[in-house]
Design a protein. Structure first.
Ligand SMILES: Cc1cc2nc3c(=O)[nH]c(=O)nc-3n(C[C@H](O)[C@H](O)[C@H](O)COP(=O)(O)O)c2cc1C
Length: 315
């Protein structure tokens, strides 16, 4: 089985990916959170930071693009190719209202004719292989057969299926019946994504889908960043990872406030790993001062214990 780190906007930026690879690893590919190409035909400073030259990385990264405009998609795909990336991923899943209102992300799934025209344009001129990350519908899973019929017309390198519809956002049950339909009827190799949080769940998934070659993990891997490594997540390595992330974010953002804000997004998931973390977690969420933040995190790392057998629950 190959393991992919899902794109998570606000969490898995280039600093995070590099440090995750250094401290934990076990990931075959990291996907960038979505990049939105525009008509300006130049990478923004943020996009340049997100896309270091691929040959400087030492691990595999796939840039993800969010757009419904074929020219914009193709321009950014070429820019990624020029930076040494070997594949780009199309976001057909983002549920955010501001994105779908413009027909992007899972908004692409609302009109299968428009989706077909868009895919036709990008695949006719693709400078490199394109994979797709999709939901199973906009309103209902009944849309999926038509959506998959469109995907099946194109040489999609890999189809990652998150078996929820747009209104589910990231919660509620995943539709495994619909996922099975995708696995059995997709022309492209299928990768599963959604709510896998423990090694036990990964094993159950591999047993249920022995033909499946890849799974993509998001929040479960953020919560337990050593999930895919033999040693698991130890408190010592998590602390080192935390300290490096904080230091690099302070440098990159030029402000400890913004760095702490970013770190708290991680803590939302990490706290699930620690036994009895409720009180310290509450103090941490309220902390606004860097020294106070550091004192609380020290206490978490030194007074609490990680229970990596638990199923992280951040809901
Ligand atoms: C905070 C957050 C940010 C996300 N950002 C992206 C994104 O940029 N691109 C994308 O395709 N999916 C994004 N997703 C969806 C995840 O990649 C993934 O499909 C979803 O979390 C389900 O997988 P999981 O249960 O393993 O986390 C995001 C999800 C969350 C919770």
């Amino acid at each position: 089985m190959r393991y992919y780190f899902a794109p998570l906007e606000g969490l898995t930026d280039s600093i995070y990916r590099r440090l995750h690879h250094t401290y934990f690893g076990g990931v075959d590919r990291y996907y960038t959170p979505f990049l939105s190409p525009t008509v300006h035909r130049a990478l923004t400073a943020r996009e340049q930071r997100e896309l270091p030259r691929a040959d400087t990385l030492g691990f595999c990264v796939v840039p993800q693009l969010l757009t419904k405009n074929a020219d914009d998609f193709l321009w950014m795909a070429s820019a990624c190719r020029d930076l040494g990336y070997e594949e780009v991923n199309l976001n057909a899943g983002c549920p955010s209202g501001t994105v779908t209102a413009k027909g992007k992300g899972s908004g692409l799934l609302r009109d299968t004719d428009a989706l077909d025209r868009f895919l036709d344009s990008i695949f006719s001129n693709a400078p490199m292989p394109i994979s797709v990350k999709t939901r199973i519908g906009y309103d209902t899973a009944e849309e999926f057969a038509d959506i998959l019929a469109v995907y099946n017309r194109y040489p999609i390198k890999e189809l990652t299926v998150h078996p929820r519809v747009r209104k589910d956002f990231y919660n509620g049950p995943v539709d495994m019946e619909c996922f099975r339909y995708a696995a059995e009827n997709s022309n492209a190799p299928v990768c599963y994504n959604g709510s896998l949080r423990t090694r036990g769940q990964l094993e159950e998934f591999s047993t249920a889908y022995p033909q499946m070659d890849a799974v993509m993990l998001g929040r479960g891997l953020v919560a337990n960043p050593g999930l895919l490594t033999a040693g698991g997540t130890t408190v010592q390595v998590l602390e080192q990872f935390h300290d490096s992330l904080l230091e690099e974010y302070i440098r990159a953002f030029g402000s400890s406030r913004n760095a702490m804000f970013r770190m708290k997004e991680n803590w939302r998931y990490w706290l699930c790993l620690f036994a009895d973390s409720h009180k310290l977690g509450k103090r941490l969420r309220k902390a606004t001062d860097e020294a106070e933040y550091k004192a609380i995190t020290r206490e978490i790392f030194h007074a609490l214990t990680i229970n990596s057998d638990i199923t992280p629950d951040w809901d």
